[in-house]
Design a protein around this ligand. Structure first.
Ligand SMILES: [Zn+2]
Length: 220
């Protein structure tokens, strides 16, 4: 992709979809493999990532690999449970306003440990958490667990993955609600905010079409 241009939000989404198709079929494009050749150029002219990905720190969820992208393509914000806290939102705002990245993808994954830990804490709230830091993180995921609980009981099969999806949706909403920078970019059609879930068994990323924030002029 030419350095000076950014794709439309829907074209950026397609790039991610195509990249994931390559990943799951084992067909890697050459560009990521030749990333080292781009290092000097990117250092000199600067980065212009076409997507911002807020994803879990889980080692099975590396955005560049599962979307088959190379150096300079993705601006990745990683935190356990793909939650939105002020410094993470600032990172998203930094990328979207400075590089014109046209999509923010919130990527959660099946069997998420952070979501599972929050469910466990909900079941046994009397068990003390090992640190105030974990407490803070779990506090950010808890509303998604409670929202899922209002739809189905915690012992329902698949509850964890339902909660993962709720947590992704919640992060998408928080990004749009709390960031005026993001909201303005979405309103002018320059940015979309999209949720997706990675199946860590298969590597398949399912895009949550019902949880996307985009201008009506950009048809994804
Ligand atoms: Zn996780």
């Amino acid at each position: 992709m030419p350095h000076s241009e950014q794709p439309s939000p829907s074209a950026a989404l397609e790039l991610l979809e195509e990249g994931n198709r390559r990943f799951i079929t084992g067909v890697r494009s050459v560009e990521p493999l030749l990333s080292h050749l781009k290092m000097q150029e990117l250092a000199e002219i600067g980065q212009r990532p076409f997507a911002v990905v807020l994803t879990c720190s889980d080692s099975r969820s590396p955005a560049e690999l599962i979307f088959d992208q190379g150096l300079g393509d993705l601006f990745v914000v990683r935190v356990a449970g793909n939650v939105v806290a002020p410094s993470l939102l600032a990172s998203i705002e930094f990328a979207t306003s400075n590089f014109g990245s046209p999509i923010v993808l919130v990527l959660g994954h099946t069997k998420c440990g952070a979501v599972s830990a929050t469910i466990e804490h909900k079941k046994e709230p009397h068990v003390l958490l090992p640190s105030i830091h974990l407490e803070e993180l779990i506090g950010r995921i808890m509303p998604a667990i409670e929202a899922t609980q209002r739809k189905c009981a915690m012992d329902t099969p698949g509850f964890t993955d339902k909660a993962v999806i709720e947590n992704i949706r919640r992060s998408c909403r928080i990004i749009v609600e709390q960031s005026m920078i993001v909201r303005d970019l979405v309103a002018t059609g320059k940015l979309s905010v999209q949720g997706a879930i990675l199946d860590i068994n298969t590597g398949i990323v399912r895009f949550l079409k019902d949880e996307s924030f985009k201008s009506s002029s950009d048809k994804a």
